[in-house]
Design a protein around this ligand. Sequence first.
Ligand code: ATP
Length: 306
Amino acid sequence: MIEAEGLTKIYGNQVVAIEDVTFRVERGQIVGFLGPNGAGKTTTMRILTGYMPPTRGRARIAGYDTVLQSLEARRHIGYLPETVPLYPEMSVRAYLGFMAEIRGIPNRKAAVERAMALTGLEDRADALIGKLSKGYRQRVGLAQAILHNPDVLILDEPTIGLDPRQVREVRELIQELGKTHTILLSTHILAEVQQICDRVLIIHRGRIRADMTLGEALRSRRPDRIFLRVDGADAQVPEALHGLPVVHRVERLERGVYEIQVAPEAREDPSPVLAEAIVRRGWRLLELRPVGLTLEDLFLQVTAQD
Ligand SMILES: Nc1ncnc2c1ncn2[C@@H]1O[C@H](COP(=O)(O)OP(=O)(O)OP(=O)(O)O)[C@@H](O)[C@H]1O
């Protein structure tokens, strides 16, 4: 479990990188940590991994304070930084063995074999890291993060720079690891959060602005847009719908396809009114569905506020 309580970090007496950051990641959850550049993600992750202390507040990993019980806390956390220092001239197995050695991990050989098995690296065990694809190198990064069998993982932009197939493989691997680990994952890719996370945390200008399950995030507001497909007099459709009180704006996306922006003051569900207006004119209604609130909408809304 990850607990952050009132974390504040002030660099050099003046740059307030994060302020009063409080959140929890429960055991077995995968949480997406989102924020624009410079929002404070790396600072928060560095405090959680015990790399530096907060100016105020405290963090606990599996119940251990990251400052007062840093050794215990570190034992429970695995970290995949944005760029993992890998040694291209070493084989995967030799590199992981070396990392296990410098971290003083007991039963080194077994720990290396276990980490390779969990990250699907067994068939590349003897390959030189410098000869691996980026996707496989990212697996090596994940393998070094889980060498000491931590229950918490902090992953910084784990799929950056990978091709679509590798992205899918690494995401599947993270999902698999998520079955047995608590994971905090920073990313700029909203689809990634939507695909693999249970919760989302959005940080903006050093403060947490949203902390909710994905379901809550996407259901948090009534959809204000409706997608329509109509077989009728194409040019007349926008005009006909625009006159309805529930409609604020009609955008024609292509022939017979429209997006309706619902009037903000509309209280009733606009769907029946729209359907009736179309059918009454003798047109055929082929599709009518609310355009769901996307994570991108939420992100833009939250990070637009000061
Ligand atoms: N060592 C430092 N000294 C002074 N200011 C710093 C230091 N590290 C970060 N900052 C500032 O703190 C703020 C938060 O930075 P941080 O790197 O935590 O953001 P981030 O969300 O990780 O951004 P990115 O997505 O670009 O990596 C920024 O304004 C940054 O300029």
